[in-house]
Write a protein that binds this ligand. Structure first.
Ligand SMILES: Nc1ncnc2c1ncn2[C@@H]1O[C@H](COP(=O)(O)OP(=O)(O)OP(=O)(O)O)[C@@H](O)[C@H]1O
Ligand SMILES: [Mg+2]
Length: 304
């Protein structure tokens, strides 16, 4: 039998399948999460993910959003949540992430998958597939976004004066644009880390993992993230925009550049808030990412 890692020993009574594991291969370890590939007696394998603190919420994202909206991929065999800890035992999708194997056709497919996921989630919300409680617990309002920007602009310990001045100016123009976004585009599911490292290509196609940051909002930050990953691999943004527009409902593909820019702003504000709330404590080097992220907001705002 494979030796159970220290961090899972106390959960083996809750998740008896772990007792039968023949091997444990560590795939990823951060201070707030760890992911293992666990071998089974029958020769198959499972993925086990442990999230701590804010990252434990991935369990409730599956239970309350992805499964009711029928987007539950990868399949979850068992989920456990207790205060600060979340455990998921899920299907091993095998394959490779787009970070490891960045193929143009797979990025195009990921753009289409994003559009299909947004279509399905939007309809599921309209059809009442989410409970009122789940909806409200995961809904990000336009006021939340502006409040976060206000909060970020006040963190003088982390932000240079000129960036703080810029953020305060942004507070004059951004409420109008975020208001337009919420007025003209419907609420759907946003993944909020739609980068190549979280997109797996296997024999069955494209699958999205790592849903710990997902919430409900109209913003298109996910396409912004996919385009950022694609640029690192010399894949043209226009190819992905074209693929996304092919699959998204007609009335939602208008002003696409504007949607991507405002989506990028909403996403960056959200990540900055997470960094300030707990990220910098969990990963100290993350402090150094802050100035660049504020510069990104400045560039995106200039292009609106
Ligand atoms: N269901 C799965 N099937 C196959 N591989 C998986 C699965 N879930 C996770 N992995 C592998 O484990 C890695 C880490 O998983 P995940 O992204 O969920 O964790 P994370 O701690 O949030 O990592 P990161 O912060 O680097 O995104 C993935 O990049 C992928 O290689
Ligand atoms: Mg990941």
């Amino acid at each position: 039998m494979g030796k159970i890692p220290e961090s899972f020993v106390e959960y083996t009574d809750l998740l008896p399948s772990l007792k039968e594991a023949t091997s444990w291969e560590l795939l990823r370890q951060w201070s707030l999460s760890e992911v293992w590939r666990v071998g089974k007696l029958d020769g198959g394998s499972l993925i086990v993910k442990k999230g701590i603190g804010e990252n434990s919420r991935e369990v409730s994202v599956y239970k309350n959003l992805l499964i009711p909206l029928e987007l539950g991929i990868p399949t979850i065999y068992k989920a456990y949540e207790d205060k600060d800890i979340g455990l998921l035992i899920m299907k091993d999708l095998k394959g490779k992430t787009l970070e490891h194997d960045p193929q143009h056709k797979d990025f195009v497919e990921a753009a289409k998958t994003l559009a299909k996921t947004r279509n399905k989630a939007r309809l599921g919300i309209i059809e009442g597939k989410l409970t009122n409680e789940s909806y409200l617990a995961n809904y990000i309002s336009k006021e939340n976004i502006i409040d976060d920007l206000m909060y970020i602009s006040q963190q003088s310990e982390y932000i240079e004066t000129d960036q703080s001045v810029f953020l305060k100016k942004a507070l004059n123009v951004l409420p109008y644009h975020v208001g337009q976004l919420y007025k003209n585009f419907p609420i759907t599911l946003t993944h909020n880390d739609y980068h190549s490292k979280n997109i797996i290509k296997n024999n069955e196609g494209i699958a999205i993992i790592d849903w710990a940051s997902a919430y409900l909002s109209p913003h298109l930050g996910d396409l912004y993230c996919l385009i950022s990953s694609a640029k690192d691999n010399n894949i043209a943004p226009t190819d992905l925009i074209y693929a996304y527009r092919e699959e998204i409902a007609d009335n939602l593909s208008c002003d696409i550049e504007w949607q991507i820019n405002i989506g990028g702003i909403c996403w960056t504000i959200h990540v900055l808030r997470q960094l300030l709330d707990y990220g910098v404590k969990a990963i100290p080097v993350a402090r150094e990412w802050i100035p660049e992220m504020i510069s990104d907001i400045r560039m995106l705002l200039d292009d609106l």
